[in-house]
Design a protein. Structure first.
Length: 265
């Protein structure tokens, strides 16, 4: 066995001892991500203390591409690929669509839109300064990224012009935060996870405020859990949306979407 295989074996065994389910895969990623054995050891120690793998590596995989992430910024989840696909479907049928990635975090959704839609006008917004910095780093000049509270972050000239709003807002109920996996609970910012009472406070605000920002046939799409979807769909209906719900049974994730009834004619 050569030295590289021996090192891989030792890293795998130590990760297994720490309870990592995918120890071999993680060991391979850590070793590939380091420029030396000494640097690999530093990365391994960070992982063994419970730091999320994505923070240790400096990136997360999202729809086959690497999105840069740093400590203090929400780590994009694979389940949000369901929202990305739904929003991309909505945008793809439009000529030069104006798209808003709301609560953008590191900008993972916008990286998908930028890669697939060369003529799209992309905008992204988040409340957290660290998230805005990460999104700007990931997106460069492909999107305008704003800092602020939901739609308040946007320039006024976007009112009535946005064709697709995709929102991955926090939707974990406050009372369930203590039961999240340790990595998320300790290392990720609480503000990127806490959706308030029932987990729907921010999603309801987005639903209520979106109409003045959408274009005539614009569509709002938001991610939530499958259990939250029926109640949120009622909020969409009350806000004047023609509503649809899609559910990813593999992850228990739902996308609630809608176009405004009085603009769909």
């Amino acid at each position: 066995m050569d030295a590289d295989q021996q090192l891989l074996g030792r890293f795998t065994a130590r990760l297994q001892g720490a309870g990592c389910v995918f120890a071999l895969e993680e060991a391979e990623l850590l070793l590939r991500g380091a420029r030396s054995a000494a640097e690999a050891e530093v990365l391994l120690q960070r992982r063994l203390t419970g730091e999320p793998l994505e923070y240790v590596l400096g990136w997360a995989e999202f729809l086959g591409r690497r999105v840069k992430v740093v400590p203090g910024v929400f780590i994009p989840r694979r389940r949000t690929e369901f929202l990305a696909a739904a929003a991309l479907e909505s945008a793809s049928g439009r000529n030069a669509p104006v798209i808003l990635d709301l609560c953008c975090g590191s900008g993972a959704l916008s990286t998908v839109f930028a890669a697939a839609l060369s003529k799209a006008e992309l905008h992204a917004a988040d409340l957290a300064p660290d998230a805005v910095a990460a999104a700007r780093s990931n997106l460069g000049d492909q999107a305008q990224v704003y800092q602020g509270d939901l739609f308040d972050a946007l320039p006024r000239q976007l009112r009535g012009r946005i064709d697709v709003v995709a929102a991955n807002a926090p939707y974990v109920p406050t009372e369930q935060l203590p039961f999240l996996p340790r990595e998320a609970r300790i290392h990720e910012p609480a503000g990127a996870l806490d959706g308030g009472r029932e987990g729907l406070e921010l999603l309801r605000r987005i639903t209520a405020e979106a109409s003045e920002w959408l274009s005539r046939d614009g569509e709002l799409l938001v991610e939530c859990s499958s259990g939250q979807a029926p109640g949120l769909a009622e909020d969409f209906d009350a806000a004047g949306f023609r509503t649809a719900t899609r559910t990813d049974t593999d992850t228990g994730t739902a996308v609630v979407s809608g176009t405004l009834k009085d603009r769909s004619a």
